[in-house]
Design a binder for this molecule. Structure first.
Ligand code: PMP
Length: 318
């Protein structure tokens, strides 16, 4: 960790903080020499992008974030991400020091300053520096950090053949503890499940909720197709209400595919005709196996392919 000591304050580089706080989906580390990071109202170099080690974002994962795609220089579903960010802030009683309109402008400026054509933006708002205790009344200056970068997707082969996943033994956070609707900087719940996945040589892992129902994967929402009906768990299953999930639900409805937000158990996935995951980074990715059970024919099904193609077209037009 790169730490610079200055008279009264200890700083840690924002890129180091972001590396600690990210890892939800694979994004390449910054490579652009002239990369500009938005921090505290300014676009600064990576070297200048520093926040306090007393920031509760670092000390406690106390903060919120968004992972956002840029297609053809345009921030995808900007309003949905801004809305979700401010809803997460409200839920954790964090006052973001920018209005939604100012945040929108900051995002657009950061994307433009980094010449991002197709890429990924990580928007982070931390609680700000405080004492070593938990009391948020002792914190000040929530930090807004915007990192615009390139993105590395899952290998193309997985999109063509489908991805194998396992069910993690770690359940998704109980909504009465930390609601999965909050896109919080504290992703340990998901990281613990992801470790189970990578230990099993799987890139994703399915998480059940406290009732044993299907919730979502560690960084993606899940869908199945059964007898021509597209099904996904409802938000009260304890999931992040994914922006890609909502786009896919809209596109499916527009394509005349019947859609149900309904409780699913693992058995429903084992016996599904098709299964796929959605997320800003992954987009629409087919799943061909869960816990060693081959799903459908073992390769991406027709509705999955149709929705993936429709999604690819939509992101270029939106
Ligand atoms: N669930 C979780 C836990 C996530 O972290 C994400 C985002 N990576 C998603 C679902 C997908 O959400 P979105 O489509 O908004 O990226």
């Amino acid at each position: 960790m790169t730490v610079c000591l200055q008279p009264d304050v200890i700083f840690v580089r924002a890129e180091v903080l972001s590396a600690h706080l990210s890892a939800i989906n694979p994004s390449e580390s910054p490579t652009l020499m002239s990369q500009k990071i938005y921090l505290a109202g300014k676009l600064v170099s990576k070297e200048q992008a520093v926040v306090s080690v007393y920031d509760h974002g670092l000390l406690y994962g106390d903060g919120i974030f968004e992972g956002i795609r840029v297609y053809s220089k345009k921030v995808f579903r900007m309003k949905d991400h801004i809305d979700r960010l401010y809803e997460s802030a409200l839920a954790i009683r964090l006052t973001i020091p920018l209005t939604p309109a100012e945040m929108t402008r900051a995002l657009e400026e950061t994307v433009a300053a980094n010449n991002i054509v197709d890429g990924y933006v990580r928007l982070v708002v931390t609680r700000g520096a405080g004492s070593l205790g938990l009391d948020i009344r002792r914190t000040s200056n929530p930090q807004v950090i915007i990192i615009a970068d390139s993105i590395s997707l899952y290998p193309e082969e997985l999109y063509e053949k489908g991805m194998e996943i396992i069910t993690a033994s770690t359940i998704r956070n109980h909504p009465g503890a930390v609601s999965p609707r909050i896109k919080s900087l504290n992703y340990l719940n998901n990281i613990l499940a992801k470790i189970e996945g990578t230990d099993a040589d799987c890139q994703e892992a399915l998480m059940l909720n406290h009732l044993g129902h299907v919730a979502e994967c560690t960084g993606d929402n899940i869908f199945i197709v059964k007898n021509g009906v597209l099904k996904t768990p409802p938000t009260d299953a304890g999931i992040l209400e994914g922006i890609t999930r909502n786009v896919v639900l809209e596109l499916a409805a527009a394509e005349g595919i019947p859609v149900q937000e309904t409780t699913l158990i693992r058995h429903d996935i084992y016996v599904a005709d098709e299964c796929f995951l959605t997320g800003s980074a992954a987009e629409v990715i087919p799943v061909n196996k869960l816990d060693g059970r081959v799903i459908g024919g073992g390769s991406p099904g027709p509705i999955t392919k149709q929705l993936r193609a429709r999604f690819q077209k939509y992101v270029r037009e939106a």
